[in-house]
Design a protein around this ligand. Structure first.
Ligand code: GLN
Length: 189
């Protein structure tokens, strides 16, 4: 398997379709063995509390932590980004998480008034026209550590960042037909 999409809950199919449109061999992963053989892994959007609890129950937190430690690329979109963050503001109590990336995130940070919206983003490292980004009850990156590169902001809020081979996004690149974010991620392999 070239690229795995963690398939316990959330927008799995959309990521798989985006990868397959790029001609990449991709599949859903649900076990430690399946994770270990991937070249790169995606944690999709969904509900971070649910995904974290299911990962805990299925014994997948350590395998994903080991995956990152081995230097393989990890992309987290929205809920996936929340699971990667070392600090989670407004975390649900006993929310299990990976805590692998030196960022502080705030869940549902755009508030109820703007539950979902789209915006054009200038993303560093990605050439061409702005990227159309879909935000759904999106988190914001409130603080980043010294090894984290900020890649994009929306209204001054950090919404995309990279640390080594970890890429964290507040938005959903799998919900638009623009392949550039997935291509950028795949170039980290
Ligand atoms: N609000 C969700 C959470 O806190 C994330 C939403 C999403 O992934 N689209 O987990």
């Amino acid at each position: 398997m070239a690229v795995g999409v963690l398939a316990v809950q959330g927008a799995v199919r959309e990521h798989l379709e985006a990868l397959r449109r790029l001609g990449i061999e991709a599949g859903p992963v649900r076990t430690a063995e399946e994770i270990a053989v991937c070249e790169a892994l995606i944690l999709p959007g969904g509900e971070s509390t649910t995904i974290g609890k299911l990962m805990d129950r299925y014994g997948l937190l350590q395998p994903v932590t080991d995956f990152v430690a081995s230097g393989k690329p990890l992309l987290g979109t929205c809920a996936g980004m929340i699971l990667m963050a070392k600090k989670i503001g407004a975390a649900a109590e006993d929310q299990p998480s990976l805590a692998v990336m030196d960022i502080t995130v705030e869940r549902n940070a755009f508030g109820r008034q703007t539950d979902s919206f789209e915006a054009d983003l200038e993303v560093e490292e990605i050439d061409g026209p702005p990227i159309r980004a879909v935000f759904i009850r999106a988190p914001i990156i409130m603080a980043v550590g010294p090894e984290v590169q900020v890649l994009a902001r929306h209204n001054g809020h950090v919404v995309a960042a990279r640390q080594g081979r970890m890429l964290a996004l507040s938005f959903h690149p799998e919900l638009t037909s623009d392949p550039r974010i997935h291509q950028y991620f795949l170039s980290m392999r």
